[in-house]
Design a protein around this ligand. Structure first.
Ligand SMILES: [Zn+2]
Length: 265
């Protein structure tokens, strides 16, 4: 489970990087992503392309072990891509990129990262944990999000939406033993044991935010996540906007959620 938290998400599209706190600091300072013109020109062992409906997936691999042992997971990645990307595009952003590149890159040191319409995957991770197929679901949502700088300062929400999408659209989260947290999911900080651990806890991002969004979507305002995603893409999102979207401020909504979720076992 812990290793799943190592997923690093870089967004060229955001004009900023958003990474898990568990990522080494040097990676946060120097995003490990290629320049666009290198995608297909870089040395590779295989490069093939599939098209289904309006979408084309270019699949590039430069890892010898993956080439020999990764054909099954490659097939599953492609199948998952078409299933989830089509659904995500339909529900969130029909104008999303029609061309997507998956790059199995032996030089990539995270688990997976997305910039523009390129997703890089660490071959060793996909071979070791082939059940974690919904890494695809999370990453390609970043392509659909296409915030182009609009999410600066709300990276927590960008990642929260991507994990919400993984929870709702994922094809095999159970197989990966990937779940939203029990209760609120925030642990006390040993360095600051008297702090209110739930204050602005929505900013914890990823699965913690995803679960909050799922609760709000079901119990407060259906369509909230699509609305938030659209506002981020059109650069009209504001923190104050939560009151317009839901009738409550973000902090009020979070307090309501914590009161309910904290009672869970
Ligand atoms: Zn992400």
């Amino acid at each position: 489970m812990k290793k799943l938290l190592l997923i690093a998400c870089l967004f060229a599209a955001l004009g900023a990087t958003a990474q898990e706190a568990t990522q080494p600091a040097q990676q946060q300072q120097r995003p490990n992503r290629p320049r666009r013109q290198n995608w297909t020109e870089a040395p590779h062992l295989s490069l093939d392309s599939t098209t289904r409906g309006p979408y084309t997936l270019i699949f590039i691999n430069n890892d010898t072990t993956f080439e020999a042992e990764g054909q099954d997971v490659k097939k599953r990645m492609i199948e998952t891509f078409y299933k989830v990307y089509t659904a995500e595009a339909k529900d969130f952003n029909p104008n999303t990129s029609k061309r997507v590149v998956f790059w199995i890159d032996r030089n990539y040191t995270g688990v997976a990262a997305t910039g523009g319409n390129l997703v890089r995957f660490k071959p060793a991770w996909m071979l070791k944990k082939p059940t974690d197929i919904d890494v695809v679901t999370h990453e390609v949502m970043h392509i659909v999000q296409a915030y182009n700088g609009g999410a600066q300062g709300v990276g927590w929400l960008t990642e929260g939406i991507a994990d919400y999408v993984r929870a709702v659209y994922g094809v095999d989260n159970e197989g990966a033993k990937w779940y939203l947290p029990k209760a609120v999911g925030i642990r006390p900080d040993p360095k600051n044991p008297t702090a209110d651990i739930n204050a602005k806890g929505y900013e914890k991002s990823y699965r913690i935010t995803a679960k909050f969004l799922l609760w709000a979507e079901k119990n407060v305002k259906a369509g909230l996540v699509v609305n938030l995603d659209g506002k981020l893409r059109s650069h009209t999102y504001t923190a104050d906007g939560w009151k317009d979207y839901t009738g409550k401020t973000l902090d009020e909504l979070w307090a309501d959620y914590v009161a309910v979720a904290s009672k869970e076992g």
